[in-house]
Design a protein around this ligand. Structure first.
Ligand SMILES: Cc1ncc(C[n+]2csc(CCOP(=O)(O)OP(=O)(O)O)c2C)c(N)n1
Length: 227
């Protein structure tokens, strides 16, 4: 499990996995390198909305497009939790609880799943942290599906976004059947209010699996780098 930086990115330390707590916004490139070098490993990537869509936004786009066999879990609490509550790309425009944005952010939130779909992600799901068993099932399915799987987990930050406690009653299972039709998935996503959960899209794009050029050993490479 490869993570970035943030409260959510602490997760490798709480999981029974080999973990790498990398740099803010850089979990996806680290994971891509790992999976390409070690295709025998199951690689899960995890982090927050700030980590993945702000500083890591460029990597997010290209990871979807590249379609390396990774499962990306974004614990989306619509705030920068670790640095004490600034707006993130998924924060609602009228959120005025931070001293940095006392009149709201004034900008429309980023739509992670629509962006993932447009950029080429091969599996798209939304889960809710208040439903741990359902979330575990979706993550397992995402990990089994080849290619880049995107799992948004609505994860309350009760400290900086206390109104998210309402998700207990407002988040619901999606009234949608899983599709492999991009157009249908896009229409559904754009019409939804962001609180419906389920597996929305399962694609069948070719997975990026570069042929390894294993002609040089690690020892050869180390020798070559010695000046
Ligand atoms: C290069 C860099 N810039 C900024 C920071 C400060 N920083 C640490 S965590 C974080 C945001 C975390 O927010 P999010 O990814 O949404 O995770 P959460 O804490 O809400 O789970 C920031 C800006 C950093 N560690 N490194």
């Amino acid at each position: 499990m490869i993570s970035g930086i943030g409260c959510s990115s602490r997760i490798p330390a709480y999981s029974s996995v080999y973990g790498f707590h990398s740099l803010h916004g850089r979990a996806l490139p680290v994971a891509t390198g790992l999976k390409v070098a070690r295709p025998d490993l199951t690689v899960i990537v995890a982090g927050g909305d700030g980590d993945g869509y702000s500083i890591g936004g460029n990597h997010f786009l290209h990871a979807c497009r590249r379609n390396v066999d990774l499962t990306y879990i974004v614990m989306d609490n619509q705030v920068y939790g670790m640095t004490k509550g600034q707006a993130s790309p998924t924060t609602p425009a009228d959120w005025d609880k931070s001293k940095l944005t006392p009149h709201g952010t004034g900008v429309s939130p980023f739509h992670p799943l629509a962006v993932a779909l447009a950029a080429g992600a091969n599996f798209i799901a939304r889960c809710y942290a208040g439903d741990p068993n359902g979330t575990a099932r979706v993550i397992a399915e995402a990990a089994r599906h080849p290619g880049f799987s995107m799992v948004q987990v609505l994860s309350q930050c009760v400290t900086y976004q206390p109104s998210q406690k309402e998700w207990k009653t407002t988040v619901r299972k999606a009234d949608v059947t899983t599709t492999s039709d991009v157009e249908l998935a896009a229409r559904w996503l754009m019409a939804d209010d962001g609180l419906s959960t389920g597996i929305l899209y399962i694609g069948h794009r070719p997975v990026y699996r570069p042929e390894l050029q294993a002609s040089a050993s690690i020892d050869d490479l180390e020798t070559a780098f010695v000046v």
